[in-house]
Design a protein around this ligand. Structure first.
Ligand code: MN
Length: 160
């Protein structure tokens, strides 16, 4: 007799072990859209939620950006802790633009403009730790963009 499948996605989140599969997928972890299409500008990103634990009050997600892709330029009150897992990217955090590669760490403080843009022909993947409860990201207004572009490094980054 078949075993009834009562597994909800929450049960799957509670699995003690989940194997890493080929091509940066994990066992029983769904491949999701980065965000709702049309909700904000972004290009060629997928999302996997690796851990979501109410007791920890945080989530660990894996995002992957295809070559030529980028995350949304945004800011919000919640913070991010990021580790690059594959590939390379140019990253804007506040008034700094840096090139990052596998295993580099990026801290994104509250209300700080940030964006990831891939570099090279390889996909760029990163782990991102975030609070379970979080505010909605803000997108830059024209005046915010103009202020950012006053910094030549950021102007170059935004044009790339
Ligand atoms: Mn963000």
């Amino acid at each position: 007799m078949d075993k009834p499948d009562h597994k909800s996605s929450d049960d799957k989140q509670a699995a003690l072990f989940r194997a890493f599969a080929d091509n940066f997928r994990w066992e029983d972890v769904s491949l999701l859209a980065y965000k709702e299409e049309g909700s904000a500008p972004f290009k060629s990103i997928t999302r996997q939620v690796l851990f979501k634990d109410d007791a920890l009050r945080c989530e660990l997600r894996y995002f992957e950006v295809a070559p030529g892709g980028y995350s949304t330029l945004e800011r919000h009150e919640h913070t991010h802790g990021v580790m690059i897992l594959r590939g390379s990217a140019d990253v804007l955090v506040g008034d700094e633009v840096r090139t990052v590669k596998t295993h580099d760490l990026v801290r994104i403080p509250a209300m700080t403009w940030h964006q990831f843009r891939t570099k090279g022909d390889e996909p760029m993947g990163f782990l991102c730790m975030v609070n379970v409860e979080r505010d909605k990201p803000q997108l830059p207004r024209d005046e915010d963009l103009n202020a950012m572009k006053a910094n030549p490094a950021i102007a170059g980054f935004l044009k790339s």
